[in-house]
Design a protein around this ligand. Structure first.
Ligand code: URA
Length: 196
């Protein structure tokens, strides 16, 4: 099986998943979408009502903002891979509970392994605490963390930026930091500065 086949088969498995009770209330599981060989992967919190309707991640208002922030650093949704900690919508958009996070987490780890992104961007405190452990957003946003085999970057969730205009500006600055890092990685991996 190629790694693309493995990713597709993982996503079929997620669509049928009954590891936690959310399968009873969801319309569609939301495995994630984007490039299977993405350099950058974005991890949100959980699908909202609109994502549940379409089976696609970040297609509501938060998604519009994420798409815009990506465009501002020269990326399209097809360049990256977008998913969330939970692959099923929690009723009434309540925050994910531990049992759901624990049930879903192996899917995310498998996505990391198959896609092998050079940076994993954790969007908001649910993603940060699920992957890194407790860390205040005001302390960790805009920062990279190099684990043994993965590099993480932390920023706010777009939903917070929709509520608070000042957070939107902070996210813009964080995305600019991310872009600088990606440009440096591109120079190192090609061995040439693409501008020259
Ligand atoms: N918020 C998330 O965290 N994930 C989605 O897919 C949509 C909104």
């Amino acid at each position: 099986m190629t790694h693309l086949d493995e990713l597709l088969s993982l996503h079929r498995e997620i669509e049928q998943c009954r590891r936690c009770p959310l399968w009873k209330t969801r319309k569609n599981a939301v495995p994630g979408e984007g490039s299977a060989v993405a350099d950058v992967m974005f991890v949100g919190e959980a699908p909202g009502a609109r994502e549940d309707e379409y089976g696609r991640p970040f297609v509501g208002r938060s998604g519009d903002l994420l798409t815009k922030l990506l465009a501002e650093i020269g990326l399209s949704r097809n360049d990256v891979f977008i998913t969330s900690i939970l692959k099923s919508h929690p009723p009434r958009n309540r925050p994910p509970i531990k049992l759901e996070i624990d049930a879903c987490f192996p899917y995310l780890l498998k996505q990391f392994e198959l896609i092998q992104p050079s940076v994993i961007v954790l969007l908001g405190s649910v993603a940060v605490s699920a992957v890194m452990g407790p860390w205040k957003m005001s302390d960790c946003h805009g920062r990279f963390y190099e684990g043994s085999d993965r590099v993480f970057f932390m920023t706010y969730h777009p939903a917070a930026a929709l509520r608070f205009p000042e957070v939107r500006e902070v996210m813009r600055t964080d995305f600019a930091i991310l872009k600088t890092h990606l440009d440096q990685v591109a120079v190192i991996s090609t061995g040439t500065d693409s501008e020259s």
